[in-house]
Design a protein around this ligand. Structure first.
Ligand code: C2E
Ligand code: MG
Ligand code: MG
Length: 765
């Protein structure tokens, strides 16, 4: 029924003359008219106006013969498409006599076959010789032009819709919202009944309903095969659009149940790309068969591409977010996300009233593991610890890595402190089994601190402060011997605050010259001669008076201040001992002992800095003794070993301090370049009192002799101890019995009294 229509308006005069000719039977014109691709007519005015002439093309275009047409004056009005009828008839009646050039009208007419034909109706109104107004007009079939126009409009509308979707994608990165938007956009297309987004499932074998068809399907109905036996699977697999013209006669694909319940007849599916693999399929449905053309596929694909971009961008954003909030080594949340989660938990706790607990966990001796076995082994350990911690916690608890060997656990809903302690015990169980490091099984322990808060609207709790509390409790656990757990309490808070205060003041202590050295004589037990002096640091605190190292050295170690302080001690002690040498040019030079803490020994450059001090002061290295506590060696740190070797090469003497408090055996000691060992005062205390410890000292002394190590006893407080030490053949002694640590001027006086000052004290003299 479709036909091209090209005719345009003719001059009115010509038209009416022409028609008069035809009607009056001009054979030539009649033949001409009847060959035109249009219907020529003359009809009287009015809805039921009589038709005087209709050219035979009317039958070809509309399916009714001219005779039928002329016989029924109401036929024309009856055939106008119901949606257009009112408008056209109004136009017809509004046209007044004498308006010789009314605008052409277009409208749809239903043919005898029930098809719709677009008609352009162009006519002029003229009075005939009797004065009756008569239309002289031409009806063109403009169906194709109209269809093309509509198609263009549809494409433009679709382009606008895709643009709108793209805009929304830029404004709001949430793919779910965008998918819902895309689905509703699809349903705006003419004849589209519904749309949905299918997402590729985790296993890649199924697609899962992600948006659209809300409430239409449940359970299995929300899934469809991702293989080529489903239309969406085929679209996914081929990367091309798939059109199902009629589900009733479809043989290639089985119909998803979710579509069946909707009475869908035709479908169009296109793939949605994802970041690394296809994300899924955008699927559009119609209740009409054959609704979709490849033209629609372009539009739907364009929308799917917008979705794909948004999904990829969102995935990239998520990945970035993940990187910002997670620790890359262990994959655990980092401190930042821990603080976030803790803040949330505290807020919820304020409302619910339930306490919030956190655990602060620090691996014991991790630094030594790192130093001795290498960083990759340390990393390996951290990676192995993370899943174990997780496995020992409840699913809702959060484990985070704060950095280094520090982990945090957030227990959002607690009954009370006891429950927190129980959870800490479970966490400690993560260390019951050995860890494989560098292919060897090692037992690792951790120190844990617990802090529990009961936030209320009157007393809000600060996340950072709670973490600090747990940290302080963990610190206490370390102090109390590691591999244990401590609950934070008010006293600890006071201590923590105190530590912070001390650290702040200590930073200025050096420049304000508040540090001083006291010296304690080391006496040769054979002669009573002062052969050495141990430099022991003191802090002349402006408010608190003279402080012993126990009050600030641990803080200096933790904060790193021990390094500048240590250099100052070494330099001051070296200068002082040289001064004493110069004061007694004829006497045997006295040695100076300086203590080093583990952190100083772990520093790679210690030997270099000691050599510098010696060069600057001009002290002969043989007169410098460095005291190192046994703990430094226990872990067999590679750096510590290298540092000791380097120090020994410079020519300084090394003394193992506090011997007996650690675990090292004498045999093990022989691997390190020590010159002397200092028996801890706890052993000296027990001399002659505890049989067992006396026997140990005896054994130490004879084995040290075999290894050519000098033995010094520290903390000698009474004559009984002294005589026992002499009996056992101990080389040197140091303690209150001889002298406390004294300021330099008092030592000068002591040295001035003569070297063999203490000979009278020795037994049997
Ligand atoms: P240490 O090296 O074992 O020093 C011996 C400690 O025992 C000194 O305490 C000393 O005053 C004390 N002492 C001496 N004789 C007796 C005695 O007969 N009975 C008792 N009960 N104690 C006695 P001080 O000066 O408080 O030093 C404590 C620790 O601080 C030292 O232990 C040392 O490890 C550390 N330290 C001191 N000065 C420095 C320093 O300049 N650098 C570093 N890194 N550590 C230092
Ligand atoms: Mg010492
Ligand atoms: Mg000692």
């Amino acid at each position: 029924m479709k036909r091209s229509s090209q005719g345009r308006s003719w001059p009115d005069k010509q038209v009416s003359e022409f028609l008069d000719q035809i009607i009056s039977g001009g054979e030539y014109y009649r033949r001409l008219v009847e060959r035109l691709p249009a219907i020529v007519y003359a009809s009287e005015l009015g809805k039921h106006g009589r038709w005087r002439y209709v050219s035979p093309q009317v039958e070809e275009i509309l399916g009714y013969s001219p005779e039928e047409w002329l016989a029924d004056p109401g036929l024309w009005a009856k055939l106008i498409h119901p949606d257009d009828r009112k408008r056209v008839l109004e136009l017809e009646t509004r046209k007044t006599l004498g308006d010789r050039n009314p605008p052409p009208a277009d409208y749809r007419v239903i043919t005898r076959d029930g098809d719709v034909v677009w008609i352009l109706d162009e006519a002029v109104l003229e009075l005939d010789e009797t004065g009756t107004p008569v239309w002289h007009g031409v009806l063109y079939d403009i169906t194709e032009r109209k269809t093309a126009e509509q198609e263009l409009q549809r494409v433009a509308a679709q382009q606008a819709a895709v643009a709108r979707l793209g805009e929304q994608a830029l404004q709001d990165g949430d793919p779910d919202a965008l998918m819902r938007e895309a689905v509703s956009l699809m349903t705006e297309i003419d004849g589209v009944q519904g749309a949905c987004v299918w997402e590729v499932g985790r296993d890649g074998r199924r697609l899962q309903l992600r948006a659209g068809l809300e409430g239409e399907a449940a359970g299995d109905g929300r899934r469809v095969s991702a293989a080529r036996d489903s239309h969406v699977g085929a679209a996914l697999d081929s990367g091309l659009h798939v059109i199902v013209d009629d589900w009733l006669s479809e043989h290639r694909f089985s119909m998803p149940p979710a579509l069946r319940v909707q009475g869908v007849r035709s479908s169009l599916a296109v793939g949605i790309d994802g970041k690394d693999h296809p994300f899924g399929v955008l699927d559009v449905h119609s209740a009409e068969p054959g609704r979709f053309t490849p033209q629609d596929a372009h539009f739907v694909q364009a929308s799917a591409n917008v979705l794909a971009d948004a999904i990829k961008r969102h995935a990239a954003d998520q990945a970035l977010r993940h990187r910002v909030l997670h620790d890359s080594l262990t994959g655990l949340p980092n401190r930042l996300s821990f603080v976030d989660a803790l803040n949330d938990a505290l807020e919820r706790g304020t409302v619910s009233g339930s306490p919030v607990g956190i655990l602060f966990l620090d691996l014991d001796h991790f630094k030594l593991i790192n130093d001795s076995m290498g960083h990759h082994v340390g990393d390996e350990l951290l990676q192995a610890v993370a899943p174990r911690l997780r496995a020992h916690l409840r699913p809702g608890d959060l484990v985070a890595r704060f950095g280094g060997d520090e982990f945090g656990v957030l227990v959002a809903r607690l009954a009370d402190e006891d429950e927190a302690v129980a959870i800490a015990d479970r966490v400690a169980a993560a260390f019951a089994e050995p860890y494989s490091m560098g292919g060897v099984e090692h037992f690792v322990t951790a120190s844990l601190g617990i802090a529990v808060a009961r936030p209320s609207s009157r007393e809000p709790v600060d996340a950072e402060l709670l973490i600090r509390d747990a940290d302080a409790a963990m610190y206490r656990a370390k102090e109390r011997g590691r591999a244990r757990c401590e609950l934070f309490d008010a006293a600890m808070r006071a201590r923590a605050v105190h530590r912070v205060e001390v650290e702040r003041e200590l930073r200025h202590a050096l420049e304000r010259e508040e540090l001083v050295l006291h010296y304690q004589p080391v006496v040769a037990l054979g002669s009573g001669e002062i052969t050495g002096l141990e430099a022991l640091v003191r802090w002349r605190h402006p408010d608190r008076g003279l402080l012993n190292p126990g009050e600030f050295i641990p803080i200096a170690e933790d904060s790193g201040l021990i390094e500048p302080i240590g250099r100052w001690v070494q330099e001051t002690a070296c200068r002082q001992i040289l001064e004493w040498h110069e004061q007694r040019p004829d006497a045997r030079p006295v040695d100076i002992s300086v203590n080093l803490s583990a952190r100083q020994v772990a520093h790679r450059d210690l030997a270099g800095s000691v050599a510098e001090v010696l060069a600057r002061t001009g002290l002969d290295p043989v007169h410098l003794r460095l005291e190192i506590t046994e703990g430094v060696l226990v872990e067999e740190s590679a750096t510590a070993t290298a540092t000791l070797e380097a120090l020994s090469e410079i020519g300084v003497r090394l003394v193992l301090d506090d011997f007996g408090t650690g675990y090292s055996s004498l045999a093990y000691l022989s691997r390190f370049p020590f010159d002397a060992l200092k028996i801890d005062h706890s052993f000296v205390d027990a001399l002659g009192v505890e049989q067992e410890r006396t026997a140990i000292i005896e054994a130490i002394i004879s084995m040290a002799r075999a290894l050519s190590l000098d033995v010094i006893a520290e903390g000698v407080e009474n004559e009984a101890q002294l005589s026992e030490l002499c009996r056992l053949g101990c080389d040197y002694g140091q303690g209150y019995l001889f002298s406390r640590a004294l300021p330099p001027e008092k030592i000068s006086a002591l040295l001035g009294d003569g070297a063999r000052r203490y000979s009278g004290m020795l037994p049997g003299r």
